[in-house]
Write a protein that binds this ligand. Structure first.
Ligand SMILES: [Cu+2]
Length: 831
């Protein structure tokens, strides 16, 4: 037994149990703590500027006899030992993409490629060069026997906007690095139709500004008159536009609604109530035109009709205060400082050093029995591979698939918006995190590199990893017999990445717990896609300012969880809890012989026809995955259960033509399908623009195949019904706009493995009345203390860009960065 010297506030003497006399060091610490607390209390009464607070705490003369503490070891992360020296899912490096670019540009490929910068739509331009993940059978063979001969060959997936056809084509190129053995072929097996050119995403940010520059000038005078502002392609333009999606129903056309906003911080919250429907089909910008103009519920089939109505006085004008203050939409602190808020808040410190390990070369992480490889792609960002607990693989792949946001409103843009954010690139939208704000100051950051037709972008702080005290014991009990009284401390490891897609910020969190539980969380922040408020919008959202509102929308995010529970052959299980009345012989007449009670029913989900699932009412039951052939010590099939986290919803609006078949997964809470190399994902970058004829229709995965003892994939949804309110202004809050699911061992082990932890205490009651309780802390002194290094001064580093040849490019202007980052969520006219 050890008696650590804690610096907590001692109990009042009269209540305190008899304790061994504290060591002199402990007594001094107690005095120091009391002084510290007194100092804080004093500062509550007499406000002191922050600069003086440090003096009070650290240089007060009365504290001079405080113990001299050693400096803590620097929080350097220890090296991990990955099971294989190569991460088979690692992103391509900048050099590898340049190699593929050169190979594709060689005349003998016959692709007739043009570099993106300065290209026109009728050119053939590379949209994306990215890692193509190896076949599972090859990756598992390599992990089982990580010798160089079994290392899966490296392939790239290349998407090209072939304006000469026009169509989007996807090719498989490899093996890499390029050599005489390298070949290319069209990759058709994972996409279930041709990809129409009209469904393409953007390579440069030029297309929409130039489109506006072509079609908007005839409206510029009207905008000046009606809204007292300008959109003329000048540096001092007071309005910017944004576009809606989907662009197309089945690829036949490419059209979007344009909405105008004030060019001020948080433009998304300053709509002015003016819309155009624009046709951008095909490859010839000369053909692009405005199809409709909408203003104050009046619809015009041409710009000329609209301008004529304005001129002849028949246009019914709406109220618009173009001089209204817009400063409320910034993030600058406002309002009075709360009591003690001039002090920095608590900060967690690993006094004994970081307890997780990272192998930076392979982006492999291990912590407390968990281990995993990280991957990162343009479409959906951070993903996880070969997740193991205590050396046993439980998940082959865990990756976000798609994030939808489907809106409602009494205006053309909100009512037609159905984002599938994969189109924009969750990975492409990752920016450097803010140390100390986005992640605790001790977090270790990892970089990510994404590619596009313009080159590569490397973000140094793309991913953060940190361990935290969960603030509660994972188990505890107060008891009186030997061995039943104590607690195991709760700790979690979090791996986080944040994507800012135009106005919105998505926080992707993956939390690992000591008992083998894993939590997947998604939180949203950033700016609402604000609407123009007027009373007829009342059923579609909430007013947040004089003429601004937030519109009703659902966020649904889909994750792929490729379980491998004690092997690849698994079976999904549907568990229900029902009520029964049962007659029992042991009850007598006083209560009657019938008893009413609950009953568990477990049924295997035998095939894909039964595998599109919703949570049962009142959550009476749930879903899990087991291996029928592998039992724990108690003869129970080993498994993992899926538990709903906060806000376990599915999509509300079903059947809209704007999301008819391109996000069919969102109709359910989860689904199980047979894993196939030809069904790697529930979505892709083009589904957004093809609701009527998607490249991947999730329902096609479900064709009655057996799921019993097969390689099974769970597709799990999380989300939020977002009913915006005044408190979404200026930004949506991550505490409420949050959702997730939990994966937890289900008879996978023989008992709770967190009982292995040594960060635990067991108390023993005294034999003699009045004697103290004794305790064992298993050699882990939670009171270990030292002087931690001060956190590094705050810094923010912009990303690094490389051209397609792999040369680092000079930093562009913030306007260029912004154009690329905000895409068509904020479009400035360019003439
Ligand atoms: Cu929202």
């Amino acid at each position: 037994m050890t008696a650590p010297a804690y610096a907590y506030e001692p109990l009042k003497q009269e209540d305190a149990p008899a304790q061994p006399a504290p060591s002199s060091a402990r007594r001094r610490l107690g005095a120091f703590a009391a002084l510290f607390l007194g100092t804080i209390a004093f500062s509550a009464i007499v406000f002191r500027p922050a600069a003086q607070i440090e003096d009070l705490i650290f240089h007060d003369a009365a504290a001079e006899d405080a113990p001299t503490l050693a400096q803590c070891a620097a929080p350097v992360v220890s090296a991990a030992k990955p099971p294989a020296p190569i991460n088979p899912w690692a992103s391509l490096t900048v050099d590898e993409t340049s190699d593929v670019q050169r190979w594709l540009e060689a005349p003998e490929r016959g692709l007739n490629l043009t570099r993106a910068q300065g290209s026109v739509m009728s050119d053939n331009v590379i949209f994306l060069i990215e890692r193509h993940y190896p076949a599972k059978v090859d990756a598992l063979a390599y992990l089982d026997n990580p010798v160089p001969e079994l290392e899966p060959a490296k392939y790239a997936r290349v998407s090209i906007h072939e304006g000469t056809i026009p169509a989007v084509k996807v090719y498989l190129v490899g093996p890499l690095p390029t050599s005489e053995e390298t070949t290319m072929r069209e990759l058709t097996e994972i996409y279930h139709r041709d990809i129409p050119f009209n469904a393409r995403s953007y390579i440069t940010g030029d297309e929409l500004p130039q489109m506006l520059g072509k079609v908007i000038p005839p409206l510029a005078d009207a905008m000046q008159e009606l809204f007292n502002g300008s959109a003329r392609g000048l540096p001092n333009d007071t309005f910017v536009a944004s576009g809606s999606a989907p662009f197309s129903y089945d690829g036949e056309f490419r059209r979007m609604w344009i909405s105008w906003r004030r060019n001020a911080p948080g433009p998304w919250l300053h709509p002015i109530g003016f819309w155009q429907y624009v046709d951008m089909s095909g490859t010839d910008p000369e053909e692009w035109k405005i199809l409709k103009v909408v203003y104050n519920k009046q619809v015009f089939d041409s710009v000329d009709d609209f301008n004529a109505a304005l001129k002849d006085g028949t246009l019914v004008r709406s109220h618009h205060d173009s001089n209204a203050d817009v400063s409320w939409a910034t993030r600058k602190p406002s309002g009075p400082v709360r009591d003690l808020e001039h002090l920095p808040g608590p900060r967690s410190v690993s006094f004994a050093g970081l307890r997780f390990r990272i192998d930076r070369k392979t982006q492999f992480v291990s912590w407390m029995g968990w281990s995993m490889y990280l991957g990162f792609d343009r479409d959906m960002g951070l993903n996880f591979w070969d997740i193991r607990i205590k050396g046993e693989r439980i998940i082959y792949e865990l990756s976000p698939q798609e994030a939808i946001a489907q809106y409602s409103g009494n205006d053309p843009l909100q009512a037609s918006t159905a984002w599938l954010d994969r189109h924009f690139g969750m990975g492409k939208s990752v920016r450097d995190m803010l140390p100390g704000y986005d992640c605790p100051h001790e977090a270790v950051f990892l970089p990510a590199t994404t590619h596009s037709g313009l080159g590569s972008v490397r973000v140094e702080r793309a991913i953060c990893i940190f361990e935290q005290d969960s603030g509660k014991p994972i188990t505890r009990h107060t008891g009186y017999l030997a061995g039943e009284f104590g607690a195991v401390k709760g700790y979690t490891l979090t791996i986080r990445s944040i994507s800012t897609v135009g106005n919105y910020d998505y926080l992707f969190d993956y939390l690992f717990h000591l008992d083998g539980t894993m939590e997947v969380k998604l939180s949203a922040s950033g700016y609402l896609q604000g609407g123009f408020w007027e009373p007829s919008q009342n059923g579609y959202g909430g007013r947040i300012r004089d003429s601004s509102m937030g519109n009703l929308h659902d966020h649904i995010i889909n994750y792929k969880v490729d379980f491998d529970i004690a092997g690849v052959k698994n079976t999904p299980v549907n568990t229900t809890i029902s009520q029964e009345v049962v007659h029992q012989p042991w009850f007598s007449d006083d209560w009657g012989a019938d008893v009413t009670q609950g009953l568990i029913t477990k049924t295997f989900i035998k095939n894909e026809d039964e595998a599109l699932l919703k949570w049962p009412a009142n959550f009476q039951g749930g879903f899990s995955v087991v291996n029928q052939a592998e039992k724990n010590r108690w003869d129970m099939p080993r498994g993992y259960a899926v538990h709903p986290g906060m806000s376990p919803i599915h999509n509300t609006v079903v059947g809209s033509r704007r999301m008819l078949k391109n996000a069919n997964w969102a109709r359910y809470n989860m689904a199980f399908s047979r894993r196939k190399e030809s069904e790697p994902s529930s979505s892709n970058a083009w589904n957004m623009n093809l609701p009527g004829a998607p490249v991947v229709d999730f329902h096609d995965f479900f064709d009655g195949e057996s799921l019993e003892q097969e390689d099974v994939v769970a597709w799990i949804n999380v989300g939020m019904h977002h009913l915006p309110q005044a408190e979404d202004s200026p930004n949506t809050k991550t505490n409420i706009a949050t959702t997730g699911f939990i994966l937890t061992p289900l008879n996978f082990f023989d008992s709770d493995i967190s009982m292995e932890m040594s960060n635990a205490i067991v108390l023993t009651a005294p034999l003699n009345p009045g004697d103290p309780f004794t305790f064992d802390n298993y050699g882990v002194d939670l009171g270990l203390t030292c002087v931690p290094a001060a956190p590094a001064p705050f810094e923010y580093t912009p990303f690094k860009s490389f051209d397609v040849e792999g040369k680092q490019m000079p930093y562009g202007s913030m306007e260029d960065v912004r154009k690329d980052a905000e895409g068509y969520h904020r479009i400035r006219i360019e003439l």
